[in-house]
Design a protein around this ligand. Structure first.
Ligand SMILES: Nc1nc2c(ncn2[C@@H]2O[C@H](COP(=O)(O)OP(=O)(O)OP(=O)(O)O)[C@@H](O)[C@H]2O)c(=O)[nH]1
Ligand SMILES: [Mg+2]
Length: 429
């Protein structure tokens, strides 16, 4: 899957590989090549520009660790940016209502009927009880195709002769309620091109029924066409997600990127074959890892970053023991803490402590104030807290941080106490 893109990325990475240092020029030319790959892979040019620019900002602002090769940092950055892009919206199916209604929409031949059967098969494995409803009124062949698939794979199919779409759906819902089906899957009609009639039909069923999942089934072989039609479907009935089909061929994978970016809707499933079980939940991390073909390096960088964090922690520990813990270290600690997530969630994870602490909601607020106070200190003051005996300095910091003289003093006392505490207990630390 997506061999095309992967191969090209591999080629770029092998070119910059093993260079001791990456210069600004290297970076520019690498970014240019990435741009080409994405454009060639059918990603919309605006998205490409946006992506490459944010990648550049990310890379320029990155600390280069001695223990990491520069090309590894680039790969990790690309990986993270792509994962971020694909992580748009809620990924899980949201099945609400009794029965929950899922509608599959999209252009002709994109794979709606095949996917409807696959989805039904998948949901059955998840212990749901789905009912397939044929919603292409005009083509008798469409009805037969879904029916045959259902029979072949032992799936439940709604038989009907009603030729009014809204009535047909209403009937299927009644039938589902009476027969304990908890999900109905609407296999809607496709058109060669988007036309008014198709859209009106969809708008009408969207208005008349509560459809909890409106999934656009996009053929990844069609590249930009799939992107454009996804946008129109999204503008008309506000999609809830995307299913990409035919990812088994050697097609351009770029459509996936563009569809997500343009609709701002998540890819929920991908299909990579005609057979009934060729449907899988979409995981951004796995997809990007396959796309870049660089999974090992990403893991390596993550590991190295963890080691670096540990080294930093050790440095701080050493400073603590020596009684040199200054406000700059304090700030580093706060930043690290913030990266971990909300304060309460972190404390809750601590064994033995989590359940016992009552939160007032002020903790987060206080951390912010402490950060503001330290940020208002000069670097010299941060490194030499004894300078803060000076009243004018304290006043200036209080003003600059939007807090009060009392708060700044409180922080200074806390810092002093901490130092004293550590001095007393340093042998036990
Ligand atoms: N290789 C491959 N073929 C697929 C996949 N999904 C669907 N197809 C094939 O694509 C063709 C069209 O699929 P359908 O499910 O009939 O498409 P549709 O959207 O229902 O078409 P209309 O109802 O005519 O709009 C069929 O030949 C399917 O077997 C896939 O993931 N991989
Ligand atoms: Mg069909």
């Amino acid at each position: 899957m997506l061999e095309n893109i992967t191969e090209k990325f591999t080629r770029i990475f092998s070119r910059i590989k093993n260079r001791g240092k990456i210069t600004q020029e290297d970076l520019e030319s690498t970014l240019k090549e990435i741009k080409f790959i994405l454009l060639e892979a059918d990603v919309n040019y605006k998205i490409v520009n946006e992506f490459v620019n944010s990648l550049k900002t990310d890379l320029l602002g990155k600390e280069v660790y001695r223990s990491l090769k520069p090309e590894h940092m680039i790969i990790k950055s690309i990986n993270d940016k792509l994962v971020e892009l694909f992580s748009e919206g809620e990924k899980d199916l949201r099945l609400k209502g009794e029965p929950a209604i899922i509608a599959l929409v999209g252009l002709q031949g994109s794979g709606k009927t095949t996917t409807a059967a696959k989805l039904s098969f998948y949901l059955k494995q998840k212990n749901r009880n789905p009912l397939l409803v044929p919603c292409d009124i005009k083509r008798p062949a469409a009805y037969d195709q879904l029916k045959k698939l259902a029979e072949k794979h032992n799936l439940n199919f709604f038989e009907t002769t009603v030729m009014d779409l809204n009535k047909r759906i209403k009937d299927s819902l009644d039938y589902a309620s009476k027969n304990n089906f908890d999900t109905v899957i609407l296999d809607t009609a496709g058109r060669l091109h988007i036309d008014g009639e198709l859209m009106d039909e969809l708008k009408s069923i969207d208005k008349n029924f509560y459809i909890c999942e409106k999934l656009f089934v996009g053929d990844s072989l069609t590249g930009q066409d799939a992107v454009n039609s996804a946008k129109i479907f999204n503008d008309t009935i506000s999609l809830t997600g995307i299913i990409l089909t035919k990812l088994d061929g050697d097609q351009k994978g770029g459509a996936a990127l563009s569809i997500v970016k343009i609709t701002k809707k998540p890819i929920k499933f991908i299909c990579n074959g005609e057979y009934i079980d060729k449907i899988e939940v979409f995981y951004p991390e796995r997809f990007v890892s396959r796309l870049l073909g660089m999974g090992d390096i990403v893991t390596l960088v993550e590991k190295t970053e963890n080691i670096i964090k540990e080294e930093e922690a050790k440095k701080i520990e050493k400073k603590l023991k020596e009684g040199n813990f200054d406000f700059e270290d304090y700030l580093v600690q706060i930043k690290q803490l913030k990266k971990l997530g909300p304060f309460q969630d972190i404390v809750k994870m601590l064994p033995g402590i989590g359940g016992k602490i009552k939160f007032t909601g002020m903790e987060e607020e206080n951390i912010k104030k402490v950060e503001a106070i330290i940020n208002s200190m000069t670097m010299k003051e941060r490194k030499n807290p004894q300078l803060l005996i000076n009243k004018n300095r304290v006043k200036r910091i209080a003003k600059g941080s939007g807090t009060s003289v009392a708060m700044v003093k409180q922080l200074l006392v806390q810092h002093k106490n901490m130092k004293r505490f550590i001095q007393n207990f340093k042998d036990y630390l």
